[in-house]
Design a binder for this molecule. Structure first.
Ligand code: GLU
Length: 489
């Protein structure tokens, strides 16, 4: 199957766009077909410099590499494939040629109406509570008048002539049987007065010439689809199949917007989301695997994804689920990869981490606890600088650790550590000695472990006391216990 993603370079890549790209990618890969990337920049007023690079870099980050069309090669925008160019502004002559064909066959007509006339017409229609629609003023011009005005070079657009008496039907891959009454469909502008095509003409020509089998796109294009099908018919071409994916919604069911959560994929990249987590999340937004499975690597999505299981209703963008998936994907990284990915992040704040041969073991302590790499420096800082230990931190009413008890507890801890030699410095040995001491001193587990952990890390939350003591080593553990003891005296 040949599928395509066809963004307009008007700024960032919307997360809904990334989901559309993902679905198109999955179906192409599933059928061992091709995933194309085409840039739709015929509306030059909306094109933003740098947007193409940004969209391509974002897809690259997500691992959705196009097989054909526009792509990044060594960080530079390149085009590959035999059906190019794949950037619409480089294809304008092609569209003009096809527009002329429609005009000659009578499927399109020139319209000379001024913007002022069109505005007035629209306002009048709205006042009468009618849907705004071109009133076909120029369809009634005589052949002779048209010829004269064209001859004079009068500014005009080209419109598609919709057969108003017809009922237009097609079968959407997601939404099922669709029906549109011709008289409700506007005579779409195909070619603008500057000679540039509109999206409607350009993408139909391209989907045909680029041999696209399946068009997957946002629901906002659903009502334009009859125009596109009529264009295919007018050219005498076989149309592709269409699948319109549901909108993304906020929790309150309003359309996902900037106001309620971020819509730009780059925001999620900046936040530190893993591409695996974001793709997993987007795949499940609207697609139901039909099982309890929630974690999907790209390869499994490719195997299991199907349009039949994509819902029609809008899909709620549940940021808590996204966070949960992010945590799950953090845990799934191999220990080695995890350590490699957080080392530079920690190293930025604590350069010693860059040279630390114990780093992988230390990193492993936090893999189960962290959601974003950026949390790592705060969580591992106690390995690289003296912790700030206060009585408030060492004491803990919940664990029944009172300030008065602290000197006794810290003394007991020091004795345990002194009695544990370097070569038996393991979690098990420490645990055993702690239990024996608890009995002798009449202390509970919490009364011993909370101050130990707090003295070693200076943090209210951290990996467990034994793990930390072993990772820090006997000498550092003893020094930190002494420092803590000096604070509470
Ligand atoms: N250029 C259109 C957009 O960015 C693509 C619509 C389509 O896929 O046909 O929304």
């Amino acid at each position: 199957m040949r599928t395509r993603f066809a963004p307009s370079p008007t700024g960032f890549l919307h997360v809904g766009g990334l989901r559309t790209a993902l679905y198109a990618y999955l179906l192409a890969k599933q059928t061992k077909g091709k995933f194309l990337l085409r840039i739709e920049d015929t509306d030059q007023t909306r094109s933003v410099p740098g947007a193409i690079e940004n969209i391509l870099a974002t897809l690259h980050w997500a691992g959705l590499h196009p097989d054909e069309g526009v792509m990044l090669r060594k960080g530079v925008v390149a085009q590959e494939g035999t059906k190019g160019p794949y950037i619409q502004s480089e294809r304008v002559e092609i569209y003009r040629k096809f527009a002329a064909e429609l005009l000659a066959k009578g499927h399109a007509y020139p319209c000379f109406c001024s913007p002022e006339r069109l505005t007035k017409m629209r306002e009048a229609q709205i006042a009468k509570k009618q849907a705004p629609m071109y009133d076909r003023h120029c369809l009634n011009l005589s052949k002779q008048e048209i010829a004269q005005r064209l001859e004079k070079g009068e500014s005009h657009v080209l419109r598609l002539r919709i057969p108003r008496e017809r009922t237009l039907t097609y079968e959407d891959e997601i939404r099922g049987a669709m029906q549109f009454k011709g008289h409700t469909v506007d005579d779409q502008v195909l070619l603008k007065s500057d000679g540039f095509p509109t999206y409607h003409l350009a993408h139909v020509v391209d989907d045909h010439l680029m041999e696209i089998d399946l068009v997957i796109r946002g629901e906002e294009w659903l009502s334009s689809t009859p125009k596109h099908l009529l264009l295919f018919e007018a050219f005498g071409w076989q149309p592709p199949r269409y699948a319109h994916v549901p909108l993304l919604l906020n929790k309150d069911k309003s359309k996902l917007s900037k106001r309620q959560g971020d819509v730009a994929t780059e925001e999620y990249i900046r936040e530190g989301y893993l591409p695996e987590a974001l793709l997993n999340f987007l795949a499940l937004l609207g697609w139901n695997p039909g099982s309890e499975q929630e974690i999907f690597p790209l390869a499994e999505l490719t195997e299991q994804f199907s349009l039949e299981r994509v819902q029609k209703a809008g899909a709620i963008f549940d940021t808590e689920k996204l966070l949960w998936l992010q945590g799950q994907w953090m845990r799934r990284l191999s220990r080695q990869e995890f350590a490699e990915r957080i080392r530079p992040v920690v190293g930025e704040r604590f350069p010693d981490a860059l040279r630390d041969s114990h780093f992988p073991a230390r990193a492993a302590l936090i893999q189960e606890r962290l959601t974003f790499f950026k949390e790592a420096p705060a969580m591992l800082g106690f390995f690289y600088e003296e912790p700030k230990v206060t009585v408030e931190l060492l004491a803990n009413p919940k664990q029944k650790v009172t300030p008065e008890l602290l000197p006794k507890i810290l003394r007991a801890l020091t004795e345990i550590c002194e009695a544990t030699l370097d070569d038996e410095w393991t979690e098990d040995a420490l645990k055993e000695k702690v239990s024996a001491k608890m009995k002798v001193e009449g202390l509970s587990q919490g009364q011993i472990l909370w101050p130990l952990r707090a003295a070693l890390t200076g943090l209210p939350y951290s990996p467990g006391a034994y793990e930390v003591a072993v990772a820090l080593g006997r000498d550092t553990t003893l020094t930190r216990l002494q420092t803590a003891a000096a604070r509470v005296e």
